[in-house]
Design a protein around this ligand. Structure first.
Ligand code: ZN
Length: 502
């Protein structure tokens, strides 16, 4: 077969598979937002069947034949061309998919599905013993998976590469070590400051319908297109890509706490704005797909933290917030801004502030690495977890629930996923720094409610690029320099030196 025909075959095969995935996503969205309780069994069956079709199509032997017919030909001469990018990513996905024998894939799916249920029941009961044996099984299976996929220096790399293509433990360790040093030093200065925010203004009664109305106005102004999306309530917020013109977000309302819904909605809108900015004409192919979880997280964090927790943002939005929430009327914008940026080491990652959040992630990365290397056994995981918590964040969890058992990730077999959160924060700070330089007066623009030029900058440099570059290359292309953790450290130091007055 000539290369052009082989490419066309690959193109339509993958676009058709992506249609199935978008149907799966729609079923999943419905399951978590609107489905009647009695529909769960039928929905699980629908999802299992569609997953089987997707798996068959992703591992179809013809993919290998067609890839072979097109690779090394003149069609792919320019590595940045649409064709070369698509083939590179199709190859990557195909090789991963076929290296896992069906027996292992089924076993992983079964054990992680059981483990998720066990985790859900065991966590509130603080029952580490019940969860431990599942985690041991999962780590053993993930090690087996890593061996089958292959790696050059260590097993962890095979798992990490699924979430953040091109990254390895060795490439992350120096970044994370530098970041940890910077964060621990910053945290000490913050804790040594006599200035503390008064957060009482964030705890009161905030009617959910007012929270929704305010959050809608905010994310629409930031650039989320409601004609190509919608916002619904859910237990665990997420964003989901159904297809061009349909990228949805969900959020959770806590009537007694200001931050949950607003920052959660901005976060998910950040993910969705990225999806809305991918090129529709490349839909269903890598050129029209997000490149990695880390880059995805950079978009959500950029809007949530660098924009949404900035003084410029609140100079514009605070008057509107006070209209929606009369309780804020006696609170100055400075006091409010300090309150939403309170730094307080806590035991729970998802409740952590911008400064301590990454320390939670680094701890998990170090533990995962040790587990995969065989330097640490699941048996001693809680003890090592607690020691690290004590040394990074100054406190020891009183129980397993608020310690080693707090996250769902390991239960569902997502080992190697955590680093993408911190990479997202690193990317976000570096991108925002460059956008600020390029745009000149970004702070003034944000203070007057203008976010369009920042959005355009991200559209051009990140969203429209799809998977053209691997994450690190995308960051270098967009910012003119290699990934550098100092951007995040400097951003945090500057912000918190003003707030905590040091
Ligand atoms: Zn996210």
């Amino acid at each position: 077969m000539n290369p052009q025909d082989a490419y066309q075959w690959l193109l339509s095969h993958h676009v058709e598979t992506t249609y199935l995935e978008s149907m799966r996503n729609l079923l999943g969205w419905d399951q978590r937002t609107h489905m009647p309780a009695k529909g769960h069994i039928h929905r699980a069956n629908q999802l299992a069947n569609i997953a089987r079709f997707i798996h068959l199509r992703r591992t179809a032997p013809q993919i290998g034949e067609m890839l072979a017919a097109v690779e090394g030909t003149r069609l792919l001469e320019d590595p940045r061309s649409v064709e070369a990018v698509n083939v590179r990513e199709w190859r990557r996905a195909f090789d991963r998919a076929v290296k896992i024998p069906e027996k292992l894939a089924v076993e992983l799916a079964r054990v992680s599905s059981e483990a998720e249920t066990v985790w859900q029941n065991a966590r509130p009961k603080n029952d580490w013993a019940a969860f431990k044996s599942y985690l041991q099984r999962i780590i053993a299976l993930k090690r087996e998976e890593a061996e089958l996929i292959g790696y050059s220096s260590e097993p962890y790399d095979a798992l990490l590469d699924e979430y953040e293509p091109g990254e390895t433990a060795r490439s992350l360790e120096p970044l994370f070590t530098e970041l940890r040093k910077g964060l621990v030093a910053l945290l000490e200065r913050i804790e040594g400051s006599p200035r503390k925010p008064d957060t009482a203004c964030l705890h009161g009664y905030f009617p959910p319908y007012e929270q929704e109305s305010f959050a809608r106005k905010v994310v629409e102004r930031l650039g989320y297109d409601f004609e190509a999306g919608r916002l619904d309530p859910t237990a665990h917020p997420f964003s989901v890509d159904i297809g061009p013109g349909d990228v949805r977000i969900t959020t959770r309302y806590d009537s007694g706490f200001f931050n949950t819904a607003l920052f959660g909605t901005i976060h998910e809108a950040g993910h969705a704005i990225y999806q809305q900015g991918l090129l529709g004409e490349h839909w269903g192919t890598p050129m029209g797909q997000a490149v990695s979880l880390g880059i995805h997280e950079s978009q959500s964090r950029l809007w949530e933290n660098l924009v949404g927790r900035s003084m410029s943002f609140w100079k514009h939005f605070y008057a509107l917030a006070q209209k929606h929430f009369p309780a804020l009327q006696g609170v100055s914008v400075d006091a409010f801004h300090f309150a939403i940026n309170e730094v307080r080491p806590s035991l729970i990652r998802v409740e952590a502030d911008e400064v301590t959040y990454n320390l939670h992630v680094l701890l998990r990365f170090e533990l995962e690495l040790a587990l995969l290397r065989g330097d640490l056994e699941v048996e001693s995981l809680p003890e090592v977890w607690n020691d690290k918590m004590k040394s990074y964040l100054g406190s020891t969890p009183p129980d397993y629930s608020s310690g080693v058992m707090q996250d769902i990730h390991w239960a569902i077999g997502a080992v190697g996923y955590f680093p993408t959160y911190t990479l997202g924060n690193l990317y976000a700070a570096q991108l925002f720094r460059k956008a600020t330089t390029d745009l000149g007066n970004l702070e003034e623009q944000m203070s007057s409610g203008e976010f369009g030029s920042l959005l355009d900058w991200l559209r051009k440099n990140i969203h429209s690029q799809g998977s053209r570059y691997l994450p690190r290359d995308l960051i270098s292309q967009a910012t003119g320099e290699d990934l550098n953790p100092n951007h995040l450290i400097k951003y945090l130091e500057a912000k918190y030196a003003v707030l905590y007055d040091f």
